[in-house]
Design a protein around this ligand. Structure first.
Ligand code: ADP
Ligand code: MG
Length: 243
C-alpha cells in the first residue's frame, strides 16, 4: 500500500532523513517509534508532501512519485490518498464536529451535502461522537476533539492514515478513549502508520514496529520481536529506556 524508498530530507545544513526505507502493506498498522528528533514527524510530512523530500521515491497505492518530480498535481494526488491526524487535533474552530468531518467531503470530494452528512454521521458514530455532532471544538475535551479528527480522516476513505503522536497532547485520563478508536480502525484493517510513544499500545495494535534512529529506519519487526528480541544494539538501548 505504501512503499518508501531512499527518502532523504535536509533543512539547511542538517540532514534529517538519511535514506529511509519502509513498507506498510494494505490493512497493516505500523507503529513508528524512536527518540525525539530522530525524524519521525519529518518522515510523515514527506509522505503527504507537507515537506518536499530531497531524494527517494514513495508509492501510495497505485500512485508513485519521485522526490525530484513533485508538482501541484502530485500533491493533489497524494493528499487524496492520505489522511493525517496531528498531535494538536487541527480542527476548524468555527465549525461543528459534524461540519469538521463533512467539510472536505463537500469541498474536496464534491459530495452532495446530504450524502456528506450521512457519511459524517456514520464516522462520528464510529468514534462515539454522534451525540456531540453539533458541538464546536471549544466545547469538547481534547480526547473528544481527537476522536472527531480521526472521524474526519476516516470519512475521506484514504488509502493510509498517518498519525503523529495522536495522544501526546492529551491529559492522561483521555488517552485511552483515543487509543481505543485507533484500535478499532486497526481492527477494521484501515492501513495506518502511527508515530507513538505509547509502547503498550504499539505492542497491542501494530502488525509491525519500525524503530527510527538518527534519520533512518533502523529495524522493523513484529512487536514481540522488536520489543523483546531486537537485533540492533541501538534498538535495544531505546527499548530498555522505555519499557
Ligand atoms: P521527531 O518527530 O522524531 O521528534 P522531527 O522530524 O520533528 O523528529 O525532527 C527531526 C530533526 O529535524 C530535528 O532536529 C528538528 O529540529 C529538525 N527539523 C524538523 N523540522 C524542521 C524545519 N522545518 N526546519 C529546520 N529543522 C527542522
Ligand atoms: Mg515528532
Amino acid at each position: 500500500m505504501i512503499d518508501i524508498r531512499g527518502v532523504q530530507k535536509s533543512f539547511k545544513n542538517t540532514v534529517v532523513l538519511k535514506g529511509v526505507n519502509l513498507t506498510v502493506e494494505e490493512g497493516e498498522t505500523v507503529a513508528l517509534i524512536g527518540s525525539s528528533g530522530s525524524g519521525k514527524s519529518t518522515l510523515l510530512r514527506c509522505i503527504n508532501l507537507l515537506e518536499t523530500p530531497d531524494q527517494g521515491s514513495i508509492a501510495i497505492g497505485d500512485y508513485k512519485f519521485k522526490a525530484h518530480d513533485i508538482s501541484r498535481h502530485t500533491k493533489k494526488e497524494v493528499r487524496k490518498r492520505t489522511g493525517m491526524v496531528f498531535q494538536s487535533f487541527g480542527l476548524f474552530e468555527n465549525k461543528t464536529a459534524l461540519e469538521n468531518v463533512t467539510e472536505a467531503l463537500i469541498v474536496v470530494q464534491k459530495k452532495k451535502k446530504a450524502e456528506a452528512i450521512e457519511i459524517g454521521r456514520f464516522y462520528l458514530d464510529k468514534v462515539g461522537m454522534l451525540n456531540r455532532a453539533s458541538y464546536y471544538p471549544t466545547a469538547l475535551s481534547g480526547g473528544q476533539k481527537q476522536r472527531v479528527a480521526i472521524a474526519r480522516a476516516l470519512a475521506l476513505n484514504p488509502q493510509i492514515i498517518l498519525f503523529d503522536e495522536p495522544t501526546s497532547a492529551l491529559d492522561p485520563e483521555l488517552v485511552q478513549e483515543v487509543l481505543q478508536v485507533i484500535k478499532q480502525a486497526s481492527d477494521d484493517r484501515m492501513t495506518m502508520l502511527i508515530v507513538t510513544h505509547e509502547m503498550d499500545f504499539a505492542r497491542e495494535v501494530s502488525d509491525k514496529v519500525a524503530f527510527m534512529d538518527d534519520g533512518i529506519v533502523l529495524e522493523v519487526a513484529p512487536p514481540e520481536k522488536l520489543f523483546f528480541h531486537p537485533e540492533n544494539e541501538r534498538t535495544k538501548q531505546f527499548i530498555d529506556r522505555y519499557m
